[in-house]
Design a binder for this molecule. Structure first.
Ligand code: NAG
Ligand code: NAG
Ligand code: NAG
Ligand code: NAG
Ligand code: NAG
Ligand code: NAG
Ligand code: NAG
Ligand code: NAG
Ligand code: NAG
Ligand code: NAG
Ligand code: NAG
Length: 401
């Protein structure tokens, strides 16, 4: 469908028309906390800004999807686009050149976007998506659905994890481990501190994000009857190279546990130790590291900024990561043998793409089926703090100094 032409014509027309947005001068009446609870279109940039309010949602927007699936690359988007018949490609400026379209089903209730891989692609695409005048995302639920490395302590290949916290582990100092003091276990040191694993004395604000746990529990509950695929017999026997006491050994499961974001695709026990220490420290022991990926904190920072300005509702984000491989070697293999020893030691992604779809679908269907009764007004408002380190959306965080 040639939406691009239609859209740009309508957009141009809407810009040319007299601006019907109701305009209210306000000096200091908008309290920031109200923006975290509601999805009103109001700009909270500062309390002295002019406030614009649009009763029918975003002015000029053509689409108001109920659910938007967020994938990171083509292997993740495939199951969603194919199975849900997301046949309409909507061109949105500033998406990744590799993934220039939002994909939509026939009645524009369910859509998907693909960010491209890594933190820069994720942040840019989500910011562009949230700012697009074509889309009103004020009531949209977002399901982040991608693969990641997994901790054998908590997950196995094929598991699907649901995260409350996302931690950006790349925001640290690093000294090569060949040059570190003998009593350090790794070469990572938090900002403005001088030895490993001390709470950072300065933060950039994207180190940690907390999401709506109530909505996460709803999505997990809806998926609880799903039969996850085990993958090949090779996948099953590879799991059993890990100790029988570890989650890695058994069948894939749904797991509630937290995710670490890093552009550097790290592997091995020593870096796992450094990264999971960072997650524990920055969250003041409230987050449990179990998966590693390259985008989520970036996407969440963009969503957070959009939520601050009423463009999306931060209460409506669910973060799932399927485990495609392990973050460290099983017994009897060293880190490089494991990591570079061939795809057969690393891969488990095929079953994981399917499992991410199987585990996310009940939530997507539930949102559409029960929109009027449960989701339009969010019946699953959080009981936990949501937002970032700086308390940008209001509330009081349960981690950090
Ligand atoms: C905003 O503040 C200015 C200067 O203090 C004042 O003149 C104006 O009436 C105020 N506007 C509103 C809507 O309160
Ligand atoms: C629409 O997007 C899909 C998935 O990215 C792609 O395979 C297809 O070629 C696109 N269609 C058009 C007409 O560009
Ligand atoms: C829109 O399509 C979905 C399937 O893609 C269906 O479940 C839903 O009921 C439809 N909604 C409306 C309002 O037609
Ligand atoms: C990244 O996301 C994880 C959980 O999804 C969160 O725990 C972490 O704080 C986030 N980090 C940044 C820098 O946003
Ligand atoms: C390492 O040893 C130095 C010097 O003895 C000491 O000051 C420091 O606290 C030790 N660091 C750790 C992480 O144990
Ligand atoms: C799971 O299956 C049981 C038995 O069929 C059913 O009673 C229950 O409602 C199902 N739960 C969900 C969340 O679909
Ligand atoms: C797994 O079991 C082996 C053999 O008993 C043991 O040497 C190793 O420390 C165990 N690893 C973990 C992570 O528990
Ligand atoms: C996966 O393997 C477990 C045993 O590890 C078994 O209980 C389960 O039925 C298998 N699932 C499928 C879909 O084959
Ligand atoms: C890892 O194992 C391989 C194969 O046994 C060996 O060649 C390599 O030197 C080992 N690497 C380390 C760092 O031990
Ligand atoms: C898991 O199965 C896939 C085929 O789906 C295969 O490519 C991969 O090597 C297997 N992984 C392991 C660790 O055995
Ligand atoms: C961690 O939480 C405890 C309460 O559980 C609090 O006393 C402490 O100050 C917190 N520390 C940091 C660094 O947030």
């Amino acid at each position: 469908m040639k939406l691009r032409t239609v859209c740009s014509a309508l957009w141009a027309a809407s810009l040319a028309a007299a601006n019907p947005i109701s305009r209210k001068e306000s000096n200091a009446t908008a309290s920031v906390s109200s923006y975290s609870q509601t999805a009103s279109i109001a700009d909270a940039a500062s309390t002295t800004d002019t406030i614009f309010s649009v009763p029918q949602g975003r002015y000029g927007a053509l689409f108001k999807p109920k659910v938007m699936v967020v994938n990171m690359y083509y292997k993740e988007e495939d199951a969603w686009i194919r199975n849900l018949d997301l046949m309409h490609n909507i061109s949105v400026p500033l998406l990744s050149p590799e993934y220039p379209y939002v994909h939509s089903n026939d009645n524009f209730t369910i859509m998907s976007v693909t960010t491209g891989e890594g933190e820069i692609n994720a942040a840019t695409t989500i910011a562009a998506l949230c700012m697009s005048p074509l889309l009103d995302l004020t009531e949209t639920y977002f399901l982040i659905s991608g693969i990641g490395g997994g901790s054998p302590q908590h997950t196995t290949i094929g598991s699907v994890t649901f995260a409350k916290y996302a931690v950006q582990v790349g925001l640290q100092y690093q000294i090569d481990s060949r040059e570190i003091p003998a009593n350090w276990t790794y070469g990572y040191v938090n900002f403005k501190t001088s030895q490993p694993n001390v709470y950072p004395a300065t933060v950039y604000g994207t180190e940690i994000f907390e999401l709506n746990e109530n909505l996460m529990n709803r999505a997990m509950h809806l998926a609880s009857n799903v039969t996850l695929q085990n993958g090949t017999t090779g996948n099953v026997s590879f799991r059993q190279r890990y100790n029988a006491s570890m989650a890695a050994y058994g069948a894939p499961k749904l797991v509630a546990c937290d995710t670490a974001t890093s552009d550097v695709y790290w592997s091995g026990e020593i870096l796992e130790h450094a990264m999971s220490d960072f997650v524990t420290t920055i969250s003041n022991k409230t987050a449990t590291y179990c998966s590693t990926q390259q985008e989520d904190n970036a996407s969440l920072e963009s969503f957070l900024r959009a939520a601050k300005h009423g463009l999306v509702d931060y209460n409506r984000i669910v973060l799932t990561r399927g485990i495609s491989d392990f973050d460290r070697a099983p017994n009897g293999l060293n880190a490089t043998e494991f990591f570079f020893g061939g795809k057969n030691l690393q891969g488990g992604a095929t079953a994981t793409f399917t499992n991410l779809y199987l585990a996310g679908l009940p939530f997507v269907q539930d949102v559409v089926a029960n929109w009027d009764t449960l989701y339009k007004e969010n019946n699953f408002m959080p009981k936990n703090y949501i937002g970032d380190y700086f308390e940008t959306l209001g509330g009081v965080k349960n981690f950090g100094l």
